[in-house]
Design a protein around this ligand. Structure first.
Ligand code: 9UX
Length: 72
């Protein structure tokens, strides 16, 4: 089954970083789809909770240098 989590990413404003973030998240095993908006600095991630948790996704966001807050 699928789950969706959404993060607010601090300081995410440019297309370059948005693309980097999107590729990094899509490279994670268990991530099915990402929706990144540099306009509001948010990212939605569709993932399989049997394979990874939202904390793994948060870790991946942190690993590329962004702070993030889970918003749902
Ligand atoms: Mo980017 Mo940042 O490529 O302040 S969102 S630099």
């Amino acid at each position: 089954s699928n789950r969706v989590c959404k993060f607010s990413i601090q300081g995410l404003t440019c297309i370059s970083c948005t693309t980097t973030l999107e590729y990094s998240l899509q490279a994670l095993h268990g991530v099915q789809k990402t929706l990144v908006s540099p306009i509001n600095g948010e990212v939605g991630v569709h993932y399989n909770p049997r394979i990874l948790t939202y904390n793994d996704i948060l870790q991946a966001i942190n690993d590329i240098g962004f702070e993030a807050i889970l918003i749902n």
